[in-house]
Design a protein around this ligand. Structure first.
Ligand SMILES: Cc1cc2nc3c(=O)[nH]c(=O)nc-3n(C[C@H](O)[C@H](O)[C@H](O)COP(=O)(O)OP(=O)(O)OC[C@H]3O[C@@H](n4cnc5c(N)ncnc54)[C@H](O)[C@@H]3O)c2cc1C
Length: 411
């Protein structure tokens, strides 16, 4: 019997997994990738270390996707983090689990993930064609019939569309899949950047560009109401703020700013100390270091680059007599260290977002197979779908799992 032909469009996490699995299950598979390499986004993921997945249990894992997470339940019941970990270990890629349940290759190199995936694809018998952008999907009587690429028609019985989102377009994910899916009758939930750096117009913030803070807490206020809190790392940039805490809070911020509401962050530089304890520490420092400049005492509490900003914000003269430090000034200082307010005026463009929020409407996809409910033989997987999660390995697991399910379901 001649095997049925499956064309996979897109060689990212979802497409590679889908192609290899479909080939192992007996399909004749061609993977078409528009770039000259597959897996470019995997190669830059996790700051070059690739946070592959997370060992959180299923219920906890799903909460990281917001309300759309429930779509993934059946998919994750078939192929989840433990399966992905076993898969990579079977490819001789040892993994390590770090703080927060994040799983990385032990080598610390995302490119090792790409390398083992490419060899696995080759070993599975998938024909990989690079520098081949697909421009159209052909449909006959409600079922896929082939694709058009580089002016050529390729016939097939199944298509797995795994073209990714619209962020970091230099990796190849330029949003082609949304157009292809829309042409076939799918609806696209409006695209927005998610896990994206935030913009502030306050020059104080710009003056701290390059500064990275660890072990700080950030509270998020939307229209003056506290709506979230994160603990960890952040970085100041020439335009505003980035880093893990900021990216995580950004999803709430984007939707709020889009409706012209007010967003501010409160930075707690000393989350381990109550105001009282911090005040006692200041009293101790001021007493024991009597005569020293206030700037040098503050350097024990914050990075050097922050000191002038702090002095200005608290209205403290640099030459103030630290031996006679007024209590009301100490209070202002404590308050600033615990509640440094930053107004957020915007967010960076989708090109700079880690994830594209929005995408192909989930109601139009069968969650048991990833097949389109509109066109038979069309399967969709990965970031192209209206799925987006926090940082922590959740997004790649979703891409691998939906790819696995699509590859397992072709017929
Ligand atoms: C900087 C950065 C760091 C990240 N780090 C992490 C992390 O550590 N952990 C995590 O879980 N997630 C991370 N993510 C998110 C994660 O990488 C993505 O969600 C995931 O790679 C999406 O996989 P995908 O296969 O759906 O899409 P992609 O990886 O974007 O792959 C889509 C592929 O389709 C190809 N393509 C597009 N259009 C066409 C066409 N017309 N014809 C043929 N081919 C086409 C593209 O060239 C691309 O190769 C990160 C993202 C970024 C940008």
């Amino acid at each position: 019997m001649i095997p049925r032909r499956t064309i996979v469009i897109g060689g990212g996490a979802a497409g590679i997994m889908a192609a290899g699995i479909a080939a192992q299950r007996g399909s004749s598979v061609i993977l078409l990738e528009k770039m000259h390499q597959t897996g470019r986004k995997i190669g830059i993921s996790g700051k070059g270390r690739c946070n592959l997945t997370n060992v959180a249990d299923l219920d906890n894992f799903l909460t990281h996707f917001g309300k759309n997470g429930r779509f993934l339940r059946q998919c994750f019941q078939r192929f989840f983090s433990k399966d992905l970990i076993a898969f990579f270990e079977s490819l001789n890629l040892p993994l390590v689990t770090e703080r927060g349940g994040r799983v990385f290759p032990e080598s610390g190199r995302a490119l090792d993930v790409v390398r083992v995936l490419n060899s696995w694809l080759q070993g599975s018998g998938v024909v990989v064609r690079k520098s081949v952008p697909v421009s159209a999907i052909l449909v006959n009587q409600g079922r896929v019939g082939g694709v058009i690429c580089n002016g050529e028609k390729l016939a097939c019985e199944n298509i797995i569309l795994a073209t990714g989102g619209k962020s970091y377009p230099r990796t190849g994910s330029t949003g082609d899949g949304y157009r292809l899916a829309e042409t076939l009758g799918h609806s696209i939930v409006p695209l927005r950047p998610a896990l994206v750096p935030l913009v502030c117009s306050d020059p104080k913030v710009h003056r701290m560009a390059g500064l990275e803070l660890r072990n700080v807490a950030v509270r998020l206020y939307l229209d003056g109401k506290r709506r979230g809190q994160e603990f960890g790392e952040l970085a100041f940039t020439g335009f505003g703020l980035t880093g893990p805490i900021i990216l995580t809070l950004s999803s709430l911020v984007v939707d709020t700013l889009d409706t012209n509401r007010q967003v501010s962050l409160s930075l707690d530089l000393k989350p381990a100390l109550s105001e009282k304890k911090l005040d006692n520490r200041l009293i101790r420092d001021l007493t024991s270091r009597r005569g020293e400049q206030i700037g040098s005492i503050l350097r024990g509490l914050m990075p050097q680059q922050m000191v002038p900003v702090c002095l200005e914000a608290c209205d403290l003269p640099g030459d103030i007599d630290t031996g006679n430090f007024p209590a009301k000034m100490r209070k202002r200082l404590v308050q600033w260290l615990k509640d440094f307010r930053i107004e957020i005026s915007g967010y960076r463009p989708i090109d700079e977002a880690i994830i594209t929020a929005g995408g192909v409407k989930l109601k139009e996809i069968d969650p048991m197979t990833m097949e389109s409910k509109i066109v038979k033989g069309l399967f969709l997987a990965g970031e192209l779908l209206d799925l987006q999660a926090d940082t922590g390995g959740y997004n790649l697991q979703a891409a691998f799992s939906t790819g696995w399910l699509a590859g397992s379901s072709v017929y």
